[in-house]
Design a protein around this ligand. Sequence first.
Ligand code: ARG
Length: 592
Amino acid sequence: MATEHDEYMGSLKAQLAKLFEVSLKVTVPNELDVEPLVAACNGKFGDYQCNNAMGLWSKIKGKGAPFRGPPAVGKAIKNNLPTSEMIESCSVAGPGFVNVVLSKNWMAKSIQKMLIEGIDTWAPLPPVKTAVVDFSSPNIAKEMHVGHLRSTIIGDTLARMLEFSKVKVLRRNHVGDWGTQFGMLIEFLFEKFPNFEDATETAIGDLQAFYKASKQRFDADPAFKERAQQAVVRLQGGEDKYRRAWAQICQISRTEFHKVYQRLGVHLEEKGESFYNPYIPGVIEALNKQGLVEESQGARVIFIEGINIPLIVVKSDGGFNYASTDLAALWYRLNEEKAEWIIYVTDVGQQQHFDMFFKAAKRAGWLPQGDSSYPKASHVGFGLVLGEDGKRFRTRNTEVVRLVDLLDEAKVRSKAALIERGKGEEWTEEEIESTAEAVGYGAVKYADLKNNRLTNYTFNFDQMLNDKGNTAVYLLYAHARICSIIRRSGKDIEELKNKGTLVLGHKDERDLGLHLLQFAEVVEEACTNLLPNILCDYLYNLSEIFSKFYSNPECKVIGSDMETSRLLLCEATAVVMRKCFDLLGITPIYKI
Ligand code: ARG
């Protein structure tokens, strides 16, 4: 039996592309594999446009094809288009653009079908079966800074979008839990806590301060330094006491990180640098056998074409580094975990590292040369978070911003705004708390996700918590208002879905319907380009288009002849908005 998803034809754009593909095969039978170029146009001539005619003309002219210029090619493409209930009319414009006007009936039926069968039937078709998203990835005992917050928020959204597309996503926290800093930390732990196993988080207090203090000791006392270096060797040699001390320190960090993830509602599976350590020698040896590893100034390196510094894979002291670990991890993800798409979310500062090690992997034949085929590795870089002063974001007292404090403040502020709106008398304490959290944390996430990730952005509570403009607060309230329209109607929306009929009679209704139907292709685009801001733009536009419809007196909802249809359109908007919130990791609210 076919499941619902099996009969799903892909996004609106993909369905049109399929029709044009058929037409192109008939129009130019001798041109193999012509990709249909279909784009939304929202112009006065139509909703979508096929732009193949001009390019095709330059390929076929002079080859005896029966056309006299691009407009004639366009006309043939139009005439050869299979009939479909999707399309109301079709026309050729200018140099051969084929414009498509969608059928209102088909649009309305498709939206109603989604309401009945669920939004999952609008999920994009998966590009791969298995993907790794390597995100958050803070370093043990070092600060978890706002950069890690960005990585956590962006990575979670990308993972959610892929999961929605039915991809199996391995959400990897590649924590920095291995490296020379552990020698110093372990020695310091032994010194401060001879019974180190009793050293709990509370005893150690702030692990960052602990790191600082041990670093001071390391720099000031040569004997300590010596012991610390010995400790690294003993740790890496697997000596029990050292392993236990290391595990202890990692555990304290982990508890700290976990608090942030819990607030953000982000799930991650830790496979830190230490996990890949045993695989490094074998992986380097294999690369060596392929003749890729060379000697350079005492180190073992891989040269990359077009870059004048090589990728160091074994340091001159024989130790491994960040790149050796990343090579081993990539090998593991490709071969053991069978991932076809490996996505790394870090600040743009690490771009060269990723560029170099991806190129090394291509030289080794682990990844195909081009960037369009799979398996594929992608670096998702992002810019800095700035403070009001335009410099790297810091708070008054501490050098780095404590993430938990940030989230607390966002919650406190949105709670104050709710009290100011008089919700203190109307709502229970619990409702206030959960709404304040949804709005506060949602605001922090949305402020980050709405920008193109490569740009720096300024962290500003007043801006992100404003209830007007492109903010989570505005969007969450807009959603809550739609829910209240439906509640006020007193109708059972579940019943209407099956018994009522959705029609798109008015232009504002049709505009809203078209935007709703474009949801799947937008998620697909955001996912392919790894750009969450595309989904944010879509969501903001959706809410603007809804407002235009709802505030138009000609589109009166409650009490009008068209009440049932318009309530269904309200419900479809709320459903799509909720899915956007879900993909952005934001908890919706239902009343305000
Ligand atoms: N721990 C690194 C940092 O804090 C990020 C790790 C990213 N992932 C990776 N596979 N290199 O900058």
